[in-house]
Design a protein around this ligand. Sequence first.
Ligand code: BGC
Length: 782
Amino acid sequence: MQQPSHSHTFPLDPWRLREAGLDTANNFLNETLFALGNGYIGLRGCHEEGYSGTAGSLDGTYLNGFYESEPIVYPESAYGLAKTNQFMLNVPNAKGIHLWVGDERFDMATGALSAFERTLDFRTGVLTRSLEWTSPGGKRIALVSRRVVAFANKHLFAIEYQLTPLNYSGAVTLVSQIDGAVKNQEAGDDPRVGSAVSGPALQLVGIDQDGAFSSITQRTHNSGFTLVSAIDTSVESGGAQVRASSHQQEQVAGQSFGFEATSGEAVRLTKFGVYYSSRDYPEQELAGLARGALAQARAAGFEALCAQQAAYLDAFWGEADVEIAGDDALQQGMRFNQYHLLQSVGRDGKTNIAAKGVTGEGYEGHYFWDTEIYIFPFFLYSKPEIARKLLDYRYAGLPKARERARQMSHAKGALYPWRTIAGDECSAYYPAGTAQYHINADIAYSIKLYFEATGDLEFMAQAGAEIVLETARIWMGIGSYNREGQFCINEVTGPDEYTALVNNNYYTNAMARMHLNFAADIAGTIGRERPAEFARIALAAQLEGSEPAEWRRAADHMALPYDAALGIHEQDDSFLSKKVWDFASTPKENYPLLLNYHPLVIYRHQVCKQADVVLALLLLSDQFTLEDKKRDFDYYEAVTTHDSSLSSCIFSIIASEVGYHDKAYDYFMETARLDLDDTHGNTHYGVHTAAMAGTWMGVAYGFAGMRVTDGALRFAPTLPAKWQHYQFKIHIRGALLQVRVEPGHVEYTLLHGASLGFTHRGREVALTTAAPSVRINPEDAA
Ligand code: BGC
């Protein structure tokens, strides 16, 4: 595990992230941690005025799903390799507010800061910064700024900026601007950093400057999108006369406000900003939409926006909050993670959730399996309507997945891209990209979870079944029966990216078996319940009547490598015959291995980047005995580096299940504060959304032992020694269930819904409106 580059600590506050005193050494990191977003707009936590200090910085603004595309250049190409990359663009910086006190420009890297505090409040959704600064020339000012990215309107953000001269009366100038001269960061050698393209991607179409309104219109070259970024600024200066003038430079638009300030009297600037792109609306409507939205926001005012924001979050926490009493650091980490997930997740059916959300350029704004296997459960059980939008996004990508399947020589079916924004395969390194065919099963798995939790047959008939059937067919395309009659899936890569291009990856095969059976089941269900829809799907996919039986047969004969001598599931056919990595002689600084060894060196060894078989133990829980789980855990733990942030949460959950409570806690701690403590040393490039959601799974699946298998819900809760209690809620089958675990008892309460049945350590529990709550001893078993 990498060490954080600079030590940093935040006061432990269950509902806030607070920086007390400007931490210049961690400027880059804090820009990520204090980022604001609403699933569409992402504003890194950079200062409005910029910061000229020497610490690293990336003043990024992103729009989920707004991308440029570039041809991928392979010095040595091959047939079928991904042709075009898509990368999330750094869009115009509309936060900018510059301040001059007399002729001295405010910049925290100059003069003296006598007070500084910055707070991100998870309940209000407001980022507040307050400070006192003395200019090099001795002018002292107080500044309080508040920033909001509106949850209720994906296009809108706002800043309120209040300045009070403390020992100075005289000229003050405020400039509120949009800066369109922006570009993305270059990736260098680290594949996790950003895009390989340098130089500006947005070309200026025009600038519109009209009193308080300023806008910049730009166009992307290859992806062909138009973007309008616009602001509206107003100033309340008490009695002082304000001279407003337009402020325009080559790619900068805005307004400048000059006035004579009086010591002790506050001046307030309020700025609203919007982004509208032709990915969402016809190009000719963008400017009008931007103007209309700004006029409306201005008329409602900043306080109204704050009230709306707080109300949105109140509702969110009412459903999603996970309370952990007894460990403040964890409580803060948990809520910080949930808050960032909400900030990151696209919910318009056209966007998804990127590996780094909208907080940075790491992984280029791409969507991976992280969504379905790590993030989906959190939304499914906390905010099912958002989970549904994530599935809508996949349905929208089905035509491209079909196209990709043909490019990959599969005559039937659909193959989803390993990484993408708009549905095209963007992985340039196929051994750890396209070869991860398990993406198809991961998507099917999330649809299965959704269907079992919601019973939404309508969705299955309209979209879900079609995805499941089309993706299942790919297994028939790449798999074949060997001489022993086993169905083998060759030349794929499983979740563990330190092992590539193998035969019969256990995870892939076990998930494919689940997928094929589910496809056959759902074909039967939709055929029976919605024959007209089934006929539509069968026609679109040219499905033959014999196919479901073929899926069942392949599932029944699936090769699932098992080593009888060790009593463990083998990660793939060859894994156990490889040499074990020499961990003892690998210096700490050589981790993550991917930055220090050629892939072939890594692939030749038994060494895992992340959970692979161990993940199957969770997702297909009922297919393994506890003894199996223990042996697999022991074996794979010894060869896993956890170089991927997707690993620790899964090890924590299985450790809980097999009774390794200390390990469960330690792995959980690593996940829960992974970004807050920057344990992977790269949070400055963006948060790790999969690990963040892994924290939720660590509580629900880990400590509370929740599993949903073929629709059946069960719990087996334990209480970590350090905690007084924990509590969370889940939406399932139209009910809202609260689970509260305290020393000596577990309380299950039905908060909404007529009834709910589940098991607690095998013992049947039935809650109804008449008897909505039970208390059970955690150890009580059937
Ligand atoms: C992991 C993948 C993951 C990707 C994006 C990689 O480091 O190995 O499993 O999908 O990061 O988070």
